[in-house]
Each structure stands twice: as structure tokens, then as C-alpha cells.
Ligand binder design. Structure first.
Ligand SMILES: *[C@@H]1O[C@H](CO)[C@@H](O)[C@H](O)[C@H]1NC(C)=O
Ligand SMILES: *[C@@H]1O[C@H](CO)[C@@H](O)[C@H](O)[C@H]1NC(C)=O
Ligand SMILES: *[C@@H]1O[C@H](CO)[C@@H](O)[C@H](O)[C@H]1NC(C)=O
Ligand SMILES: *[C@@H]1O[C@H](CO)[C@@H](O)[C@H](O)[C@H]1NC(C)=O
Ligand SMILES: *[C@@H]1O[C@H](CO)[C@@H](O)[C@H](O)[C@H]1NC(C)=O
Ligand SMILES: *[C@@H]1O[C@H](CO)[C@@H](O)[C@H](O)[C@H]1NC(C)=O
Ligand SMILES: *[C@@H]1O[C@H](CO)[C@@H](O)[C@H](O)[C@H]1NC(C)=O
Length: 368
């Protein structure tokens, strides 16, 4: 039995993945992490990826206190630096002048978190160390003198401000030189859908950051009852043990609606229940839409492409113009009064024209 809960999106800051919103579906069927990933890939986009606090809130609502797999996995090598604030990219080139001489030295291989030193230079240190820390609140930075370990400092800043100070823009606007934590950390975790989201929400008691190990062979992550994340040891089916069968949360950005409607009724439905009929402007997003189309029960599915007789142009539902000779057309898109754009269930990722009154399944988008 599959229990699906659906939540519409809330607003999140526009600087963050301006186009993508995750819709979470809680699947109440115990599975190993690998089985859960296959299930979510088959029926949705994939296991849940979390990009920010707004995503996290919706994820928590979807799972409602039940432990569930999410899409984070541990590749157990090649630690990478990240800023705590989602959407701020860490660039090696910008960082090279910032380190104190001889740093980062990953003393004993255990120093995964960064604090400031004299002149604002950086030092990597053991994350369990208790230090003052600097929060960013959306427009300014504040130093908090109460010493906390790095994870606790991150939780504090996210609760009372926005996040730990992240990125050179924020650093440049300040002159701090006290030995306080900033939002720079490194880890070996990656999202199973290749999202580069740096958002993490480990439980505060988790020793992994303190110790600096690659999580002691723990290779996947679950959502704990309070919404904090917990690394898990036995993720592969091979090691399946009853108590490692958990429910999972799947995520998707494009939603297939398995009802047959005319193009206009489909658009109304999407605008009412989601954001709009699907529109997409990159091969990656188009691939995601095609993946959803494969699960339709009609031959083709409507997407948000329509032809306006008045302007004699193809446009997306968001108003963007589409050339009639765009290579994504299966056949050219000229002179098409009374037709709209669709994708074929068994097709090769191309757009096709269909009479507007035909009734098909359709794909909505959850986008800004
Ligand atoms: C993620 O990757 C995209 C494309 O490579 C890049 O534009 C973006 O800044 C990256 N985001 C982060 C947080 O690294
Ligand atoms: C951030 O802090 C400043 C100074 O304390 C305050 O004026 C501002 O309203 C705060 N902004 C947010 C978004 O909380
Ligand atoms: C921050 O300041 C440094 C040195 O003053 C400068 O090289 C760098 O371009 C600045 N970075 C940003 C993002 O403003
Ligand atoms: C940082 O300190 C220098 C020298 O004291 C000063 O010129 C500069 O305006 C300060 N910058 C900020 C952002 O406070
Ligand atoms: C960090 O501090 C919090 C709160 O003081 C504590 O619960 C937690 O166990 C500490 N975490 C680590 C990894 O030391
Ligand atoms: C992790 O796995 C490796 C290789 O299987 C093993 O040698 C090592 O002891 C394991 N570490 C822990 C902490 O279980
Ligand atoms: C939609 O139409 C297809 C045939 O095009 C049909 O197989 C399917 O059962 C229809 N779905 C619904 C929900 O009526």
C-alpha cells in the first residue's frame, strides 16, 4: 500500500535555485535505501533532495515524524568544501589567498570545519571544538560570543538568523578577526540525483563532524523523527536487515497528471494545483519531463507549449518565445493554429504538435 502525501510549495529565497522546487511524496513502504532509490527513480524523479530550509520544512511535513530514506549518499572519499548557506558556491580559486599559511592542513585528517584567525585568515579545525561563531541574517552579519561546536552553531544561526556566514561577499562586508566559526565545512556526501546542494541538516549529537571520519562506512542517510538527518550503515540490499527497511521520501519537480484533459483544461488544472503546465529550457529539465512522460497512460502528454494564432508564434506558458525551427521539434512548428505542444510517451525527447481539443495526460511544473 502506498500512501502519498502532497504539499504545495512555499516561497524560498529567489537566489536559490530560482527555477526548481521539490514536491515531496512520502512512500509508506519499507525498503532498503537502494530499493527506495529505484522506486523513486521509477515513479518520481528520485529520492528526496533537499536544497534549503523551506525544502526541509516540506520534507518534514511529508514524513510527519516517520523515519525515512532521503537521497544523500556517502562516497566515503574526496572531501569537498561547501558553504553552509545553500546556493553559495565554494570556489577554490577565490579561497586560495584566504587560508592562513600552511592551512588547511587537515591535522590528523580530521579538520572539517573552518574558523577565522587574525586578519580574517582561515584555519581548518575539528568541528567539535566550541568557539564563538558568526551568523548571517539575510542582510547583515552578527557575531555570537557563546561558544558552540560547529553543528550547534549552524543550528543556532538557522534558527535565529539565516545561516552561518557563507561566501566572500558576506566575509568582505565584515572585518572580523576573532577566532569564530564561519559556514565553511567539508564532507564526502553527495545527492543521488547529482544536485550540488550544499544543504545538510545532521543531527546535533552526530559525532561524525567532530571526529572527522568519513562517517565510519555509513553510506546513506535517513530523516530522523525530528527532521534532523542521521547517517546509516546498511544501505545496500545485500546487507538488508529488517530494521534497516525504512519508508522513503521521493521528490519531483515535474508532476505527471494521469487524467485526460484538453490542453486548456490541463493548463487550468496545473495553475490551480501546481504552478503551471511544464515549461523547460535546458536538456536536463527536458529529460526529466520525458522521464515523466514515459509513465503516462495516453500516447502523448501535454506540456506548456502553445501556438498563438494572433501573433503566429509558438510560446511557452511563461511567455517565452519558441522558434518554429527549434531543434527540439520533431517536425517544424510553423503555421499551427489550433494546435498545442506535447511529448510522446515512447518518444525521443522531442516536441510534437497535437490538436488542442484532444484529451491527454499532462505534466505540470512546480516552479517559480
Ligand atoms: C551548482 O552547479 C551550478 C551549475 O554548475 C552552478 O551554477 C551553481 O552555482 C552550483 N551551486 C552550488 C551551491 O555549488
Ligand atoms: C538583520 O539584522 C539587522 C541588524 O540587527 C536588522 O536591522 C535586520 O532587520 C535583520 N534582517 C533580517 C532579515 O532579519
Ligand atoms: C573580497 O575581497 C577580496 C580582497 O579585498 C577581493 O579580492 C574579492 O574579489 C572580494 N570578493 C567578493 C566576492 O567581493
Ligand atoms: C575594515 O577595516 C578597514 C581598516 O580599519 C576599514 O577601512 C574598512 O572600512 C573596514 N570595512 C568594513 C566593511 O567595516
Ligand atoms: C555539539 O553541541 C551540542 C549542543 O551543545 C551537543 O548536543 C552535541 O552533541 C555536540 N556535537 C558534537 C558533535 O560534539
Ligand atoms: C570500513 O570499511 C573498511 C573496508 O571494508 C574496513 O577496513 C574498516 O574497518 C571499516 N571501518 C569501520 C569504522 O567500520
Ligand atoms: C486516458 O486515455 C488513454 C487512451 O488515450 C486511456 O488508456 C486511459 O485509460 C485514459 N485515462 C483515464 C484516467 O481516463
Amino acid at each position: 500500500r502506498s500512501q502519498t502525501k502532497h504539499f504545495s510549495h512555499t516561497f524560498s529565497p529567489i537566489w536559490l535555485y530560482p527555477n526548481l522546487k521539490h514536491v515531496y511524496h512520502f512512500i509508506n513502504e519499507p525498503k532498503s535505501w537502494c530499493e527506495a532509490r529505484s522506486h523513486c527513480r521509477k515513479h518520481y524523479t528520485g529520492l528526496a533532495t533537499v536544497s534549503d530550509m523551506a525544502d526541509l520544512e516540506r520534507l518534514k511535513q511529508a514524513a510527519d515524524g516517520t523515519e525515512a530514506w532521503i537521497g544523500l549518499r556517502n562516497r566515503m572519499k574526496d572531501k569537498e568544501w561547501h558553504w553552509s548557506l545553500p546556493g553559495v558556491e565554494f570556489k577554490e580559486s577565490e579561497a586560495k589567498d584566504r587560508w592562513e599559511n600552511g592551512e588547511p592542513n587537515d591535522h590528523n585528517g580530521l579538520e572539517n570545519c573552518v574558523h577565522l584567525k587574525e586578519h580574517g585568515k582561515w584555519n581548518d579545525n575539528v568541528c567539535g571544538t566550541e568557539l564563538c561563531f558568526i551568523c548571517y541574517n539575510g542582510s547583515s552579519t552578527t557575531i555570537i560570543q557563546t561558544p558552540l561546536n560547529w553543528t550547534a552553531a549552524q543550528h543556532y544561526c538557522r534558527e535565529h538568523h539565516t545561516d552561518l556566514l557563507s561566501g566572500l561577499d558576506q566575509l568582505n562586508s565584515t572585518n572580523f578577526s576573532e577566532m569564530c566559526w564561519i559556514g565553511l565545512f567539508k564532507d564526502t556526501w553527495v545527492w543521488s540525483d547529482d544536485s550540488n546542494s550544499s544543504f545538510r541538516h545532521w543531527e546535533q549529537g552526530d559525532q561524525h563532524l567532530t571526529k572527522g571520519y568519513t562517517h565510519d562506512n555509513k553510506s546513506c542517510a535517513k530523516l530522523g523523527p525530528t527532521g534532523q538527518w542521521i547517517p546509516a550503515l546498511l544501505c545496500h540490499k545485500l546487507y538488508m536487515i529488517t530494521f534497516f527497511l525504512l519508508s522513503c521520501v521521493c521528490a519531483e519537480v515535474f508532476i505527471l497528471v494521469k487524467e485526460n484533459k484538453t490542453w486548456e483544461d490541463a493548463m487550468d488544472y496545473c495553475r490551480h494545483h501546481h504552478r503551471d503546465l511544464a515549461w523547460f529550457d535546458t536538456p536536463h529539465l527536458q529529460g526529466m519531463v520525458q522521464k515523466r512522460a514515459k509513465m503516462a497512460d495516453s500516447e502523448v502528454v501535454w506540456v506548456g507549449l502553445h501556438y498563438t494564432c494572433f501573433f503566429e508564434e509558438w510560446i511557452w506558458v511563461n511567455g517565452h518565445y519558441v522558434p518554429g525551427d527549434d531543434p527540439n521539434w520533431k517536425k517544424r512548428g510553423y503555421n499551427d493554429c489550433g494546435v498545442n505542444g506535447a511529448m510522446e510517451r515512447g518518444g525521443e525527447n522531442k516536441w510534437v504538435k497535437k490538436p488542442s481539443g484532444d484529451k491527454y495526460n499532462f505534466i505540470c511544473a512546480e516552479r517559480c
